[in-house]
Write a protein that binds this ligand. Structure first.
Ligand code: ADP
Ligand code: 5GP
Length: 188
């Protein structure tokens, strides 16, 4: 069985982080790629676990060195997927990338031949649920919340570009659906 690259995208607050954590607990043959970002850590976030937190200067240096599989700017901060980190992990395991829609399509377009990623979009049951989850997380002010909702609409409009679209309604059922997709793709 060869190791595959799974890209999980979806609007901020849809539940990607929560789902991925549960998936990793369920299947030890999966690894998570940790992205780099220039945004400040939220409470409880750890460097090297949730993200590699870099200064803008450090980030731009890595861009120059072609150190990212893809990178982008969101809400005034840079986010990128470190190439060497993903390559190293793929020697041992299938790797999950949790990145936004544009990042996912960039990986497919720019590095599709090397990595042949499987693209999975996680969507909320409806907009009201997404608002509730974002509010529940309580890490954004009202402006940031509005910005994230506008962005969510754009992300949902690209769903036809994805290999799989999964609705995150019941948490346990959604983890199971994601795991089934991964097992089926790994077996191909
Ligand atoms: P993301 O990583 O996509 O930004 P999070 O994983 O931080 O989203 O989830 C946002 C909030 O929604 C968290 O408070 C999380 O506990 C909650 N959540 C995630 N999935 C579900 C679900 N299926 N049902 C109810 N709440 C959920
Ligand atoms: P947050 O600040 O809420 O953790 O993430 C903000 C946005 O950045 C989310 O849409 C998230 O998916 C995206 N993101 C996180 N890591 C990466 C990455 O490595 N590359 C890209 N392009 N987007 C990322």
């Amino acid at each position: 069985m060869k190791h595959r690259l799974y890209i999980i995208s979806g609007p901020s607050g849809v539940g990607k982080g929560t789902l991925v954590k549960l998936l990793l607990k369920e299947d030890e043959s999966l690894a998570l790629s940790v992205s780099c970002t220039t945004r400040k850590p939220r409470e409880g976030e750890k460097d090297g676990v949730d993200y590699f937190f870099l200064t803008k200067e450090e980030f731009l240096k890595r861009v120059e060195e072609d150190g990212f599989l893809e990178y982008d700017e969101h809400f005034g901060n840079y986010y990128g997927t470190p190439k060497s980190f993903v390559r190293e992990q793929m020697k041992e395991k299938s790797v999950i990338l949790e990145i936004d829609v544009v990042g996912a399509l960039n990986v497919r377009n720019r590095c599709g031949e090397e990595f042949s990623p499987v693209l999975i979009l996680v969507i909320p049951p409806d907009e009201e649920t997404l608002v509730k989850r974002l509010e529940g997380r309580a890490s954004e002010d009202e402006n940031a919340l509005r910005e994230r909702l506008a962005r969510a609409k754009y992300e949902l409009s690209l769903k036809d570009k994805y290999d799989y679209v999964v609705v995150n309604d019941d948490l346990g059922a959604t983890v199971k659906r994601l795991h089934e997709i991964i097992l089926a793709e790994n077996a191909k």
